[in-house]
Design a protein around this ligand. Structure first.
Ligand SMILES: Cc1cc2nc3c(=O)[nH]c(=O)nc-3n(C[C@H](O)[C@H](O)[C@H](O)COP(=O)(O)OP(=O)(O)OC[C@H]3O[C@@H](n4cnc5c(N)ncnc54)[C@H](O)[C@@H]3O)c2cc1C
Length: 397
């Protein structure tokens, strides 16, 4: 059966590989001139790793699973609020793997013959009819397929076409910086591993090892006032939008975090501005009524764009890709609509639940004043066993 995948991000590539391995005739369209994934590290949660296992794609990720140390939430000075032992968490629920985005993308796309990929081809719209879907780029049909997977990311144009009444994206009012650097010799960075929160500003700093040699850090803070009101089309485009440039954003973070644990500013300072990514955080303004419409299915951020606070965006895209691959196994053209409805029934409740949970987590870590004081007191009182159980519930696929 002919299947078109639109968008070669992490989700689209994983789905294309899975569907290709089933024996379907897959074409992957990407608007960019080349296949690539820009920017720093990404945390892949145990459920995302299991989805990649199902697709036979977990190799690079599993190699990066954390091996030891203590992780969790700390206050701005690095004092534990709720931290757990990584080895014990690994035995109970699996552990987080933090991977370089470019490496992960390269590993996934290695499973895809080059002849199946059409770069520099932005899909403009889909024209479905009873027997298939015509894929239109630049005003011309570029493919015809019995099924189309729209994996065109957070700013998905195809989502807007399928659900014209949907309100699309909204800004969360938060700005995130991400950076990666070689692990500096002689710094006890384990002391601040995990996430540091500050109840005065509502800002957060996160730090994870990427293998033995590198560190990935990120910040989350209130978005500075900007004159632009429209949400960015994709997170990476925000670098060129109304946000402060990396240099200015880094300066702002150094000032905001000047009296945090000294390692925080040391690590930000040690990262060249050219290696820092700045995003205004957006999410779907409302859940979609369906992830499937006839012969077309939505996948990844196109279906359920959420704030990054639970580190679940890519893991959910991988769960989508694994579920689609299962539901389209042995499918014939006449079954497609029915199979995609099963995909929707399986995936939408879970991914929408995680979208809500990610927004709640974002509100929790960005609290200030008395609410944040209560949060910190409660976190200190929670036994780490209970926290591990809560994580297990989120990570259960
Ligand atoms: C600051 C930040 C930190 C994050 N941290 C994490 C984390 O630690 N863990 C995690 O799991 N997730 C994280 N995420 C979320 C994660 O990055 C996304 O959920 C994931 O990359 C989405 O993948 P995708 O394939 O759905 O979309 P994308 O990666 O956006 O891919 C979409 C692709 O479609 C292409 N495209 C778009 N329109 C068209 C078109 N019309 N025609 C053809 N091609 C098109 C784009 O060029 C792109 O290649 C984070 C996000 C942000 C902003």
């Amino acid at each position: 059966m002919r299947i078109v995948v639109v968008g070669a991000g992490l989700g689209g590539v994983a789905a294309a590989v899975g569907l290709h391995r089933l024996g379907h005739e897959v074409t992957l369209f990407e608007r960019g001139a080349e296949l690539r994934e820009a920017g720093t590290g990404i945390a892949i949660m145990p459920n995302g790793q299991r989805a990649l296992d199902a697709l036979g794609l977990a190799g690079d990720v599993r190699r990066h699973a954390m091996r030891g140390g203590r992780m969790g939430l700390r206050d701005r000075l690095g004092r534990p609020l709720l931290v757990a032992d990584v080895v014990r968490a690994q035995q109970e629920v699996g552990t987080v793997a933090v991977v370089e985005r470019a490496l992960l993308h390269r590993g996934l796309r290695a499973g895809l013959p080059a002849g199946l990929v059409r770069t520099a081809t932005p899909v403009e719209r889909l024209e479905p009819d009873p027997t298939g879907v015509s894929v239109i780029s630049d005003g011309e049909p570029v493919a015809r397929a019995e099924a189309v997977i729209a994996a065109d990311g957070i700013g998905s144009r195809l989502r807007g076409q399928l659900f014209p009444g949907h309100p699309g994206l909204c800004r969360t009012g938060r700005m995130d910086l991400r950076g990666m650097l070689p692990r500096p010799a002689g710094l006890a960075t384990d002391l601040i591993a995990g996430q540091l929160v500050d109840r005065r500003s509502g800002a957060m700093f996160g730090l994870f090892p990427v293998g033995e040699e590198r560190l990935y850090w990120f910040t989350d803070s209130a978005l500075p006032e900007t004159p632009h009101k429209t949400p960015p089309e994709t997170p990476s485009e925000t670098q060129h939008g109304a946000l402060p440039g990396a240099q200015e954003a880094r300066r702002q973070m150094l000032s905001l975090m000047a009296d945090w644990h000294p390692l925080v500013t040391e690590l930000i300072e040690a990262t060249p501005a050219a290696d820092i990514y700045v995003d205004a955080i957006t999410r779907l303004a409302a859940p979609l009524p369906s992830y499937a419409a006839g012969r077309i299915a939505l996948l990844g951020d196109a279906a359920h764009a959420m704030p990054p606070d639970l580190g679940q965006g890519a893991s959910q895209a991988f769960e989508d890709a694994a579920a689609l691959t299962r539901h389209l196994s042995g499918a014939e053209p006449a079954d497609v609509a029915e199979r995609l409805l099963r995909y929707d029934a399986e995936r939408r409740p879970r991914a929408n639940r995680l979208m809500r949970a990610a927004s709640r987590q974002s509100r929790l870590t960005s609290q200030t004043g008395a609410a944040a004081w209560v949060r910190d007191a409660l976190l200190r009182a929670v036994p780490s066993r209970l926290a591990t159980r809560q994580l297990a519930a989120l990570w259960h696929a």
